[in-house]
Each structure stands twice: as C-alpha cells, then as structure tokens.
Unconditional design. Structure first.
Length: 120
C-alpha cells in the first residue's frame, strides 16, 4: 500500500472516529436529560425499553471507536492493510468497504464458516 492510500485511510478513519464520538456524546446527553416520572406502567416499560436500546447502541459505538483507534494505530505501526491471520495484503476495495478490518476476505470467510459450523 502506498503513502497516498495510507493517508486516504487515515483521513477516512479520523472522520469516522469524530462522527462516532459525536454520536456517543449525543447519546449520553439524551440519556441524562430523561429523568421523567411515569404514572402508567406501560409508559415506564416503554421508556425502559428505549433506554436499553440506547445503551446497546452506545455499546456498539464504543466498540466501533476502539476498532477505529486500533486501525489508526496499525497505520502508525505500518501494519494497516495486512491480514492478521495469513500476513497477506488486504485488498483496497475491502478496506474501503470495511476500513477497520483486520482480515483479508479469504480469512474472514474462513472465520465465518468456522463460526457457523460451531453454531455461533
């Protein structure tokens, strides 16, 4: 992978990181603003369900932020775009589709097949 490719992915990942952090901040603000008291148990249950859903979204955002930070670190280390299983290069098109990926398409397909066979 050449220098221009790496700078393209650094810029893309940095933009993704900023967006994910902004979404996470707004999610936290939304959750702290909701100190309502509900007289109806159904309304309370709906509010709790919404809160649980929001927490799941926040958890996904937090995991994405960690993956983006790890990908940026791999750029700094010189290992970005190299499959962690086989050591081969990850295709540019795959990286454009999934910039945080650590596996080439063949190793990822093999991993998913193994998970399917184990019932995960």
């Amino acid at each position: 992978m050449n220098h221009d490719d790496l700078e393209f992915f650094r810029s893309l990942l940095t933009k993704m990181l900023e967006e994910a952090q902004q979404k996470g901040d707004s999610t936290l603000e939304d959750m702290t603003d909701s100190n309502e008291v509900f007289a109806d148990p159904a309304d309370r249950a709906t509010a709790e369900s919404d809160r649980a859903f929001t927490l799941r979204i926040r958890d996904r955002e937090r995991r994405l932020i960690r993956k983006i930070q790890a990908a940026l670190q791999r750029i700094d280390d010189g290992t970005y775009g190299v499959c962690e299983d086989c050591g081969e290069g990850i295709g540019i098109q795959r990286l454009k589709a999934r910039p945080v990926t650590r596996l080439c398409i063949n190793c990822k397909a093999r991993q998913e097949e193994d998970e399917h066979l184990r019932g995960e």
